[in-house]
Design a protein around this ligand. Structure first.
Ligand code: KG4
Ligand code: ZN
Length: 366
C-alpha cells in the first residue's frame, strides 16, 4: 500500500496567516498560525489593507515554520492547497500567489479550497472520519451558514445569513459593551458571570421554516438597550422603526444609561442574554436542518464554534436527535490551514485539481 499523500495548505482569507502540513487528510503534522489580532484591535475590526500587508510580511516565515515543524522536505509534498474563496480579496491573493509559486516550483498540483467548506471539515482533523450525511453549522466572523454534506467535498447550501455573521454580532456587541476585540472570546468569558435570562433579546427566525439567519436585529437591540433609542441626532438609518420588542428593551428601568454607567454585573447580564439569544437561534436552525436532512452527524465549525454556550447547546441537541456531534478542537475552530490541506486531500483523491490560472473570489454563495 502506498503511503498516504502529504499536502501543504495555506490560509490567508482574513486576519490569520496560516500554513499546515497534513497527511492523508486527517493527520496534522504541523499547523502554524500567525495572528494579526494585535494589529487590528485598536480599530475594533479587521482593516483589509493592513491585513494584506501583514500577510505579505508573514507568509514566507509561516510556510518555512510549518515545513520545519512537520519535518518533511518539499519532495514529500504531493500537492499545495490554498483558500481561494471567500474572504478579503487582497488577503486571499497573498496566499494564492504563495501557493501557486510553491506548486510551480515543486511541480505538484495546486488545489483551491472554499474556506467555509474547510471549516466544516475541521472536525475530522486529528480525529475519525466524518459519518455522512451531515448537517454543518458554520459560524465565524465572516460567515454563518448551514450546509448538507454527503461527502467532504459534496455540499448543498441550506441557508446563510442575510445580514451580519454570528461572529460579527459578537464583535459588534463587545464593542458596544466596550469589552475589546475580538468580541467572541471576551463575551463568552464575561457571560459566565451573567444571567442569560436577565434580558429577553429578540430571536430572529425569519419566515416559515427558513434556514437563513439574521443577526443585525439582536445587535441593534443590545445597542438600544445600552445607549437608549436613537434621538434626532442619530443617523437616519439608525432611526428606522424600532419594533415593540426593541422599545420594550429600551424602556427597561436600567436601559439607555450608556455602557460607562453600567455595573460589571449589568454588563455580564447583557453579554449573557445576548449570547443566549444568538445560541438559541443557531440551535433552532441547526435542529431544523438536521431533521430536514435526516442527518447522522452534526458538524459545528468556525470561530464561533469555540463558544462554550454553543458547544453545550449542540451537545444537548445531538443527544436529543440521536446524532453524532463533531466539533473541531479549539485550535481548529478559528482560521487555520490544516482544514484547508485536509479538505484538499479529498479533491486530490478524486483527481480534482486546479491549475495556475486559479482565481481568488471574495464572495461565494453555494
Ligand atoms: O473562523 P474565524 O477565525 O474567522 C472567520 O472566518 O471569520 O472566526 C472569527 C470569529 C470572530 O468574530 C470571533 O469573535 C469569533 O469567531 N469567536 C467567538 C469565540 N471565539 C472566536 N465567538 C463566540 N465565542 C467564542 N468563544
Ligand atoms: Zn474562517
Amino acid at each position: 500500500m502506498s503511503p498516504e499523500p502529504v499536502l501543504l495548505g495555506i490560509e490567508s482569507s482574513c486576519d490569520e496567516t496560516a500554513c499546515a502540513v497534513v497527511r492523508g487528510g486527517r493527520e496534522v503534522l504541523a499547523s502554524v498560525v500567525a495572528s494579526q489580532i494585535d494589529l487590528h484591535a485598536r480599530f475594533g475590526g479587521v482593516v483589509p489593507e493592513i491585513a494584506s500587508r501583514a500577510h505579505i510580511e508573514a507568509i514566507n516565515q509561516v510556510v518555512a515554520a510549518a515545513m520545519d515543524a512537520a519535518g518533511v522536505g518539499s519532495a514529500s509534498v504531493a500537492a499545495v492547497a490554498v483558500t481561494h474563496e471567500p474572504g478579503l480579496i487582497g488577503s486571499l491573493l497573498v496566499g494564492l500567489m504563495a501557493a501557486k509559486t510553491l506548486a510551480w516550483a515543486w511541480s505538484v498540483p495546486l488545489i483551491g479550497v472554499n474556506h467555509v467548506h474547510a471549516h466544516a471539515y475541521a472536525p475530522a482533523l486529528d480525529a475519525e472520519p466524518i459519518d455522512y450525511p451531515a448537517v454543518a453549522l458554520i459560524c465565524s466572523g465572516g460567515h454563518t451558514a448551514l450546509y448538507r454534506y454527503d461527502a467532504p467535498t459534496k455540499a448543498t447550501l441550506l441557508g446563510s445569513t442575510i445580514d451580519d455573521a454570528a461572529g460579527e454580532a459578537f464583535d459588534k456587541v463587545a464593542s458596544i459593551l466596550a469589552l475589546g476585540y475580538p468580541g467572541g472570546p471576551v463575551i463568552d468569558r464575561v457571560a459566565r458571570s451573567g444571567n442569560p435570562e436577565a434580558l429577553r433579546f429578540p430571536r430572529t427566525l425569519l419566515k416559515g421554516q427558513s434556514l437563513d439567519f439574521s443577526f443585525s436585529g439582536v445587535k441593534t437591540a443590545v445597542r438600544y438597550h445600552v445607549n437608549g433609542l436613537p434621538g434626532s441626532g442619530e443617523p437616519r438609518r439608525a432611526r428606522r422603526r424600532p419594533g415593540a420588542a426593541l422599545k420594550r428593551l429600551a424602556a427597561m428601568p436600567n436601559a439607555g444609561r450608556g455602557v460607562g454607567n453600567l455595573t460589571e454585573r449589568e454588563i455580564a447580564d447583557v453579554a449573557a442574554s445576548f449570547q443566549a439569544a444568538v445560541v438559541d437561534v443557531l440551535r433552532i436552525k441547526l435542529r431544523r436542518a438536521a431533521v430536514q436532512v435526516g442527518a447522522r452527524t452534526l458538524l459545528v465549525g468556525g470561530g464561533v464554534a469555540a463558544n462554550s454556550a454553543l458547544r453545550a447547546a449542540a451537545e444537548t441537541l445531538a443527544r436529543k436527535l440521536h446524532c453524532t456531534l463533531r466539533m473541531p478542537a479549539l485550535r481548529f475552530c478559528v482560521d487555520n490551514a490544516a482544514m484547508t490541506a485536509g479538505l484538499a486531500y479529498h479533491r486530490l483523491a478524486a483527481g480534482e485539481v486546479d491549475d495556475l490560472s486559479l482565481a481568488a473570489c471574495a464572495t461565494v454563495r453555494r
